[in-house]
Design a protein around this ligand. Structure first.
Ligand code: TXA
Ligand code: MG
Length: 314
């Protein structure tokens, strides 16, 4: 039988244990401000491979490497002027930058899936920060959910999906942002939006004074770009004014529903509630209808996740 998964408190002692587990190549789920991540030492190939095995991820997609600050990030990647400006403005925070690998980076090639680039993120969550400092090394971490399923915004979500498959979960309550980080890559010197997320694209465009490019569609560079992702067990129908038949209704604003993402129509609150509400409705194993969400600010990322939850299953 697999070892039981330990639950660790977000205390110095708990985080020292978590860091020790990472050092020995074990997997530890931990909170970030976006979603819970499933962490492994990004320099140990076997530890990184174990992430794919625990998630049941079909192929070696590249993973985001988490570091505590921009100074540490510079050991792993080469920053252009635009990347530097974004990092200074938005790190720590829900932003991931895909950058050319530094010459001597020490990362396992499994982390980058053989790409000449690496995705780097400096999370703002105080517990993530403390864990990264206690571990004192780069932590590869995808969202801590089984591949293709709803992302985890509480330790209970992680436990439901991965219990018995990972060494430990650091439990520090719900994630305040609730959506994965915004991912920016660079094609020649043009910034490209690889995934909408917790930092609205408009804030990035206004800081850089340019429009973000769209990713080339000929190849999948992020699982977030696959059709079906974030999928509950029941079918999902979008832009619904009311429930039909057996459906449960996920409301927003004045469309009340069985659960409401934000009765006040506040998009930050809706983002923070999105995956938790989907987990709750998922447990009912009924089709889910979702009220319309405006396409402004965080609404872009919310609609992106909902569209993937509703996409035909492969
Ligand atoms: O908020 C987040 O970003 C969370 C927390 C835990 O930090 N992490 C997360 O990881 O969402 P994951 O693995 O679920 O998504 C990482 C995305 C994937 O879509 C992956 O393809 C993309 O980042 N990615 C990673 N490295 C890349 C690279 N070198 N080039 C292009 N895309 C990359
Ligand atoms: Mg994910």
């Amino acid at each position: 039988m697999a070892d039981p998964t330990r639950h660790l408190a977000p205390t110095s002692a708990g985080l020292a244990d978590a860091a020790d587990l990472l050092r020995t190549g074990r997997l530890v789920a931990f909170p970030t401000e976006t979603v819970y991540g499933l962490g492994a030492d990004a320099r140990q190939g076997a530890a990184v491979a174990a992430i794919y095995e625990a998630k049941g991820r079909p192929s070696f997609n590249p993973l985001i490497v988490h570091v505590p600050d921009i100074r540490t990030a510079r050991r792993f990647a080469v920053f252009s002027a635009q990347a530097e400006a974004l990092a200074k403005a938005f790190w720590p925070g829900p932003l991931t930058l895909v950058l050319p690998l530094a010459a001597e980076h020490s990362l396992s090639p499994l982390v980058t899936a053989g790409n000449p680039t690496v995705a780097l993120r400096v999370p703002a969550h105080p517990t993530a920060q403390q864990l990264l400092r206690a571990f004192d090394g780069p932590v590869a971490a995808p969202s801590a959910n089984p591949s293709g399923r709803i992302s985890p915004t509480t330790a209970a979500h992680v436990q439901k999906g991965l219990s018995g498959r990972i060494a430990a979960i650091v439990d520090d309550g719900p994630c305040p942002v609730g959506l994965e980080s915004t991912i920016i890559g660079f094609a020649q010197d043009t910034p490209v939006l690889l995934r909408a997320g917790g930092l609205p694209a408009a804030e990035i465009e206004s800081l850089l004074g340019v429009r973000l490019g769209q990713p080339a569609t000929d190849k999948i560079t992020a699982p977030g770009q696959l059709g079906s992702h974030y999928a509950p067990q029941g079918a999902v129908r979008l832009n619904a004014q009311s429930a039909q038949g057996d459906e449960v209704l996920l409301g927003f604003g004045e469309i009340t529903g069985d659960l409401n993402l934000s009765p006040d129509g506040d998009l930050a609150q809706a983002a923070a509630n999105l995956f938790g509400h989907l987990h709750q409705l998922d447990a009912l194993v009924r089709p889910i209808a979702v009220a319309p969400i405006p396409m402004t600010g965080l609404g872009m990322a919310i609609n992106d996740r909902l569209a993937r939850a509703a996409a035909p299953r492969g």
